[in-house]
Design a protein around this ligand. Structure first.
Ligand code: GDP
Ligand code: IMO
Ligand code: MG
Length: 434
C-alpha cells in the first residue's frame, strides 16, 4: 500500500449546533480536503473569520481557505438552488471554487420541500419540527429508489424519465394525501433544474475514487459532520430526528471510505446544551436561566432563525454519544458563554420511577419522565474580551481552576480526553490541550 494521508471526522456530540463549523474551520489548516458526507441545507454552520460572519449550509467549512479541495459526498442531499446561491457568494468575491460534488448525491426538488412541511404538520406531536428544507422526503425517495441523483440530472434522457415519475408521485401525495395546493408547473421545474445541471456539471465527479486516491498520495482529509448524534436516524431520539445518519460511521457510506481509513473522531460538545425542534430534552431549562443562555450564547437557528431550546450538559446523553461514535477526543465550545455563573449544573444521571438511570433510554416515553440528577460545579468570573484573549495566548495552564475542573469532570465522566477548548466565535479563539 502507498503512504496514507490522515483523516479526522468532526461530529456534533449533542443535538446539533455545537460549533462544528467553527472547529472544522480551525482545524482545516492541517488538511487538504474538507468533505460533507450527510445531511443537506438543514445544516447551518457559522464561521467567523476576521470579524466576517459566514453562514454555510451545503459548502463544507473548508471553503474559507481558497486552496482547499471541498467535497460534497454521495450521502448529502443537495438543493441545487441553495448550493448555487452559496457558490455565488464566493464567486462574487472573485473566488474560483475548488469543489467536487458526488455524482451519486441525491437532488432536492420544490415538491419535496412542500411535502416536508405538509408531512411534519400532519404528524402533529410526532413531528420533528423539521427545518422544512425537503430533507426527509428526499431521503425517503432515495430509500424507495425513486430519487434523482446528480448524475441523473446531467443526463437529459434519464432526467426526463425519472423526473416524470417523481413529479407525479410527489404532487399526487401533496394534493391527494395531504390535501395541499400545488401549483408547480412540471415543465417549468424541469427547465429550472436543467439550468442548474449546466451550472453544476463542471464540479460533478466520483468522490469515493478521488478521496481514496488522494489518501494514497498522502493527502489529509477532514470529514465535517452535520446535525448531532441525538438527531441520528437510527441512534437518535427517533422520531424527532433528522433523516440521515449523523454519527461517525456515516462517513463510510456517505463518502465511500472504508472504516479502516478513519484515524480520529472528534466529538464537538457545547459547554451547555441547545436543541431546535421537537422532542423531550431532559436538561432543558424553560425558565430565566434557559433564556439567559439563549441570549448570551446567541442561540437562534442559523438556518431557520428559530430560538434554540437551552439547558445543561447531559452526561447520560454524552456518554451515549461517546459509545456510538468512539470519539478519540472532544472539543468543548462556547465555554465563554458560562462566564459569570456562580454554579454550573451538569446532569450525571436521570431519576426515573424512584431509581436512577445511567444509560439513555430508547423509549422516548421514558425520557419524557426522566428528571436529571445534577451535580453543581463551581463557576468562574465573567471575563472581558481582553482577559479571554490573554487566556487563549496563555493556553490551558492560564485557564481558571474552576473552569479546568468543569472540563476535567466532563473528560472523566466520558472517559474521553479533551483536545480543544473554544472561548469565542473567532477562528483564533481556541486552546489546544496538549
Ligand atoms: P454548527 O451547526 O455545529 O456548526 O453550529 P452553529 O454555527 O449552528 O452554532 C454555533 C454558534 O456558536 C455559531 O454562531 C458560532 O459562531 C458560535 N460559536 C462557536 N464556538 C463558539 C465559542 O467558543 N464561543 C462563542 N461565544 N460562540 C461560539
Ligand atoms: P447543524 O448541522 C440543529 C433538526 C430540526 C428537526 C430535526 C429534523 O447546523 O447542527 P430536518 O429538517 O433535518 O428533517 O429536521 O432535526 N435539525 C437540526 N438541529 N442543527 C442542525 O444542523 C439541524 N438539522 C436538522 O430542527 O428537529
Ligand atoms: Mg448549526
Amino acid at each position: 500500500m502507498n503512504k496514507s494521508g490522515k483523516t479526522i471526522v468532526i461530529i456534533g456530540a449533542q443535538w446539533g449546533d455545537e460549533g462544528k463549523g467553527k472547529i472544522t474551520d480551525y482545524l482545516a489548516t492541517a488538511y487538504d480536503y474538507v468533505v460533507r458526507y450527510q445531511g443537506g441545507n438543514n445544516a447551518g454552520h457559522t464561521v467567523v473569520v476576521d470579524g466576517e460572519v459566514h453562514k454555510l449550509h451545503l459548502l463544507p467549512s473548508g471553503v474559507l481557505y481558497p486552496q482547499k479541495r471541498i467535497v460534497i459526498g454521495n450521502g448529502v442531499v443537495i438543493d441545487p438552488a441553495v448550493l448555487i446561491d452559496e457558490m455565488k457568494q464566493f464567486e462574487k468575491k472573485g473566488r474560483k471554487l475548488n469543489l467536487l460534488i458526488s455524482e451519486r448525491a441525491h437532488v432536492i426538488f420544490p415538491f419535496q420541500v412542500m411535502l416536508d412541511k405538509a408531512i411534519d404538520a400532519f404528524k402533529g406531536k410526532l413531528g420533528a419540527g423539521t427545518t422544512g428544507r425537503g430533507i426527509g422526503p428526499c431521503y425517503s425517495d432515495k430509500a424507495d429508489r425513486s430519487g434523482i441523483r446528480m448524475i441523473d440530472l446531467l443526463n437529459p434522457r434519464t432526467f426526463k424519465e425519472k423526473f416524470e415519475l417523481l413529479f407525479s408521485k410527489k404532487t399526487l401525495a401533496l394534493t391527494q394525501l395531504y390535501k395541499q395546493q400545488c401549483d408547480l408547473d412540471k415543465g417549468t421545474v424541469m427547465r429550472q433544474y436543467q439550468g442548474y445541471a449546466r451550472k453544476l456539471k463542471p464540479y460533478v465527479g466520483d468522490v469515493s475514487l478521488e478521496l481514496n486516491q488522494a489518501l494514497g498520495r498522502g493527502k489529509n482529509i477532514m470529514f465535517e459532520g452535520a446535525q448531532g448524534v441525538m438527531l441520528d436516524l437510527d441512534h437518535g431520539a427517533y422520531p424527532h430526528t433528522t433523516s440521515s445518519n449523523t454519527i461517525a460511521g456515516s462517513v463510510c457510506t456517505g463518502a465511500g471510505i472504508g472504516p479502516t481509513r478513519i484515524n480520529e473522531i472528534l466529538g464537538v460538545v457545547k459547554a451547555y446544551l441547545s436543541r431546535v425542534g421537537a422532542g423531550p430534552l431532559p436538561t432543558e431549562d424553560t425558565g430565566a436561566i434557559g433564556n439567559y443562555l439563549r441570549e448570551r450564547g446567541k442561540e437562534y437557528g442559523t438556518t431557520t432563525g428559530r430560538p434554540r431550546r437551552c439547558g445543561w450538559v447531559d452526561l447520560v446523553q454524552l456518554r451515549y454519544a461517546c459509545r456510538i461514535n468512539g470519539f478519540t477526543s472532544l472539543a468543548i465550545t462556547k465555554i465563554d458563554v458560562l462566564d459569570g455563573l456562580k454554579t454550573i449544573p451538569i446532569a450525571v444521571g436521570y431519576r426515573y420511577k424512584g431509581g436512577v438511570i445511567n444509560e439513555f433510554p430508547t423509549d422516548l416515553g421514558v425520557v419524557e419522565q426522566c428528571k436529571p440528577v445534577y451535580k453543581e460545579l463551581k463557576g468562574w468570573p465573567d471575563y472581558t474580551p481582553g482577559q479571554l484573549s490573554a487566556m487563549v495566548h496563555g493556553g490551558y495552564p492560564s485557564l481558571p481552576k474552576t473552569m479546568k475542573e468543569y472540563l476535567k469532570f466532563i473528560a472523566d465522566a466520558t472517559q474521553t480526553p479533551i483536545s480543544l477548548i473554544s472561548l469565542g466565535q473567532e477562528r483564533e479563539a481556541v486552546i489546544e490541550v496538549l
